[in-house]
Write a protein that binds this ligand. Structure first.
Ligand SMILES: C[S@@+](CC[C@H](N)C(=O)[O-])C[C@H]1O[C@@H](n2cnc3c(N)ncnc32)[C@H](O)[C@@H]1O
Length: 465
């Protein structure tokens, strides 16, 4: 009736699931003796591959099996470069040649929009990276109970793989993280236990500007860096200062909350400032530890350029930037329109967006800390109908209510930047009854070796409606 743990099977990978794992089908008889289809999820495999697998987790909804042998390999299979690939949940597609990954991303976007009735030929080939390694400017590492520092094991949030390298993070960022890991070991500091809620160190966040080199190291801990921790902390400050002069912000963030998030109840600046400077598309930004900023700056710059090219902003026009964050798109657009209103739910991001506009000498922006839905209504009242609107929602998409408000606000052109082709396709289908036509979709790879793909799309309103 079902598969059993430890059972060995030979099967063929039919397709990939949304998390990038291979899917295969095995047939078993049910109680009535009729054949029943069972789906197996097999990570680190590729479509068409013939594999011998061992069933690992038959009880899971996505019954999991592990590969014992690749009997017939996909022609685009390559040897993964990172030593942590087998266990780490970070890069699920390192075993796939980069051009193969890009083709798959384009196919995913095409399927998503076709499923909503749009023409898939509007989707261009995915723009990849020249060098798809060391692209991330921000990493969050986790401390294990014994104090070692690393990354979560795939599918197991309680297991930490001790960090020796990470090939998608900036090199200096990994070196700085290793220094903190050595320091923790020397002082025998304990990591936080998620079950007993005991222990000191929880996470290490490292972010670095690839434009100017400035780095932030932020330690999340359950106690303040005083008392019995004072001498260890002083030593950390000294070593970081000597070995990593590019660290312009060394932070100790108290977090006693049970939720496993990088949040802070109290911030202690151990050295430098509480933010770093970064740059994007010629504009300067201040980034605090909790500021959202694009994590692949090389490709994000291309997103900004594409959005400008598709949006064709004009000096006589009003524009709304919905889900504007700290203003990554708002500032480049603002300098080309009459005025721009940015809407974003996180207040600190809006504070930052205002300051970023000021720092960059931009005075025609109006930033509003509001939920997108309410924000549009408020902006329309004070600002009137925009000629141009851009939106860059989170992975969950903007949702029907926001999209219909956008439709009713009648911008001539809409530029949609998306990090999820499926929610993007559903969202834009809401614009069709308002007379919008999809003109072009350009996928951009911001996350090589993962399943994620970003898109920039243009929709134009038909004149006669
Ligand atoms: C993908 S980020 C884009 C940010 C910005 N465009 C950028 O590139 O830096 C999505 C943003 O939407 C914001 N957000 C999430 N839900 C929201 C909501 N309901 N209303 C307004 N903003 C929201 C998040 O805080 C986040 O800053």
């Amino acid at each position: 009736m079902t598969v059993t743990k430890g059972e060995t099977l030979v099967t063929e990978i039919r397709q990939l699931d949304a998390k990038g794992s291979g899917q295969a089908v095995v047939w078993r008889e049910n109680e009535l003796g009729n054949p029943k289809k069972l789906r197996l999820t097999i990570p680190q495999t590729l479509p068409g591959e013939k594999v011998r697998v061992i069933v690992d987790q038959p009880e899971k909804r996505r019954r999991k099996a592990l590969t014992e042998e690749i009997i017939e390999a996909h022609q685009e299979r390559v040897a993964p470069q990172c030593m942590h690939f087998e266990l780490c949940g970070g890069c699920v597609w390192q075993h796939w040649d980069y051009t193969g990954q890009l083709k798959q991303k384009t196919a995913h976007v095409k399927q998503a929009i076709e499923a909503q009735g749009f023409d898939p030929t509007l989707v261009q080939d995915t723009i990849g990276m020249e060098d798809p390694w060391r692209y991330r400017n921000k990493m969050e590492f986790t401390f294990a109970k014994d104090g070692s520092l690393g990354l979560h094991e795939a599918g197991n949030f309680r297991k930490i793989i001790s960090l020796e390298t990470c090939l998608i993070a900036g090199k200096e960022m990994v070196e700085a993280a290793m220094e903190v890991a050595n320091w923790t070991k020397e002082y025998q500091l304990k990591g936080y236990d998620k079950d007993t809620h005991e222990g000191l160190l929880r996470h290490l966040m490292v972010r670095q500007s690839f434009a100017n080199g400035e780095m932030m190291l932020a330690l999340f801990a359950t106690e303040s860096p005083t008392g019995h921790l004072k001498s260890a902390v002083n030593d950390l400050i000294q070593r970081v200062g000597e070995k990593f002069p590019q660290v312009k912000s060394l932070l100790w963030l108290e977090n006693t909350d049970w939720a496993d998030r990088t949040q802070s109840e109290k911030t202690h600046v151990l050295a430098g400032r509480d933010f770093i400077y970064d740059e994007m598309a010629g504009y300067r930004y201040r980034l605090w530890f909790d500021t959202f900023f694009q994590t692949n700056p090389t490709q994000a710059q291309k997103l900004v350029e594409l959005a400008l090219e598709m949006g064709q902003p004009k000096k006589s026009e009003k524009m709304i930037d919905l889900f504007c964050g700290v203003g990554t798109f708002s500032l480049p657009f603002a300098s080309q329109v009459e005025k721009l209103a940015g809407i974003e739910i996180v207040e600190t991001s809006i504070e930052s967006a205002k300051r970023n506009a000021q720092d960059n000498g931009i005075s025609n922006t109006y930033f509003l800390a509001k939920d997108a839905r309410k924000g549009i209504d408020e902006v329309l009242e004070s600002f009137g109908h925009p000629e141009l609107l851009m939106l860059d929602p989170p992975r969950s998409g903007a949702g029907g209510k926001v999209m219909r408000r956008i439709g009713r606000s009648k911008p001539e052109r809409i530029v949609y930047v998306s990090c999820n082709p499926d929610t993007f396709a559903t969202d834009i289908s809401e614009l069709v009854p308002f007379g919008y036509t999809l003109k072009m979709v350009q996928p951009v790879d911001l996350f090589p070796h993962t399943v994620h793909v970003e898109c920039v799309a243009l929709l134009v309103r038909n004149e006669e409606i």
